[in-house]
Ligand binder design. Structure first.
Ligand code: GDP
Length: 324
């Protein structure tokens, strides 16, 4: 299949073409990279808009249970849902943990859902680009909701937030009365905190946790992109399928408000700028990794150490000599 055909089929909703495109995107072969870049160019005019929901939570909080229940609820409403994962740790652990179909059995069989595990890549930069392109392809394919899941290793939450319209933090009820070790940074990017497992014996602890986080969110600086009441904390039970409709209502209300007030498009524009800059940075770093560049680096380093050239001049010459 050539790129034009793949592109047309994706827009027509062909799942095989979609899978094929994502495989192309995830490949590190040079010819595949070129084809993927061409495909992204073709698809950019598709002008379909999904709601991109980023979601983070430590292992065990119930992400896959939530996605299974939430995703199934959405497809029952006639919406098409794609689930992607950003997991920079998967390369190290030898397999991807997130977005695993076996964790979302019902949803993975749902004709209105598409689940794709995290690509195995050692660099977050590589995972980020591939995931971002996969999001764009799913959007062009007409999915209404794209869920992007992460465990929040290193910078992965920031990366996911930079490709999402909304960011959801999933928490479990805390045992004590302290806030869980949630980094301040993630509180600042969260639009909605969902305290999961608000059922059975865990309900009182969930209620306390939710109140604590609601209080903590109120202390944060007001962001212009938030209507009154946001960011907010609420309780859900992924297992009992409770609170999911309410959570979806809040998400859509927030998106609606941001669309009406210009923040939705502004954010996507900002994200496009951000990714462009990241690509330039990553591209430059990649140029330092070629065998020639490594050799030149060693050469200059030795001369700098000997004192035959100053670090400043050596760096300048090195940079001037960098080629793709
Ligand atoms: P993940 O690692 O974040 O994907 O978490 P999982 O979805 O695999 O869930 C971890 C554990 O929490 C499993 O044993 C689930 O059955 C349990 N769990 C998930 N959601 C709920 C919930 O809403 N209530 C209760 N009580 N348990 C849940």
């Amino acid at each position: 299949m050539d790129i034009d055909t793949i592109s047309e089929k994706i827009v027509a909703g062909d799942r095989r073409a979609l899978s094929r495109a994502i495989t192309l995107i995830e490949s590190s072969r040079k010819d595949h990279r070129e084809q993927a870049a061409l495909l992204m160019e073709r698809l950019k005019g598709a002008e379909r808009q999904a709601i991109r929901i980023g979601m983070s939570g430590t292992p065990g909080v119930g992400k896959s249970t939530f996605i299974e229940s939430f995703g199934t609820m959405l497809t029952a409403q006639g919406l098409r849902v794609a689930v992607l994962a950003v997991d920079p740790s998967s390369a190290r652990s030898g397999g991807s943990i997130l977005g695993d179909k076996t964790r979302m059995e019902q949803l993975s069989r749902d004709p209105n859902a598409f689940i794709r595990p995290s690509p195995a890549q050692s660099h977050l930069g590589g995972v980020a680009r591939r995931s971002r392109e996969a999001v764009a392809v799913c959007e062009a394919a007409g999915f209404d909701v794209v869920l992007i899941e992460t465990v929040g290793v290193g910078q992965s939450e920031t990366v996911v937030a930079e490709m999402s319209d909304l960011f959801i933090l999933l928490l479990a009820p805390a045992g004590g009365d302290e806030l869980q070790g949630v980094k301040r940074g993630i509180m600042e990017i969260a639009d909605i905190i969902l305290v999961n497992k608000a059922d059975g014996d865990l309900k009182p602890a969930a209620t306390r946790t939710c109140t604590d986080y609601a209080g903590a969110l109120r202390l944060l600086r007001k962001r212009p992109q938030d209507p009154a009441g946001f960011p907010k904390a609420m309780m859900v039970s992924a297992m009992q399928q409770e609170g999911l409709e309410k959570a979806w209502e809040e998400m859509t209300a927030l998106v609606e408000w941001r669309r009406e007030n210009g923040f939705f498009d502004a954010r996507r524009e900002e994200q496009a700028r951000y990714w462009f800059e990241q690509e330039v940075r990553n591209g430059l770093l990649a140029r330092l990794e070629t065998p020639q560049a490594r050799e030149a680096m060693q050469d200059y380093a030795a001369r700098v150490a000997e004192g035959t050239i100053t670090p400043t001049v050596a760096a300048q010459e090195m940079l001037d000599g960098l080629k793709g």
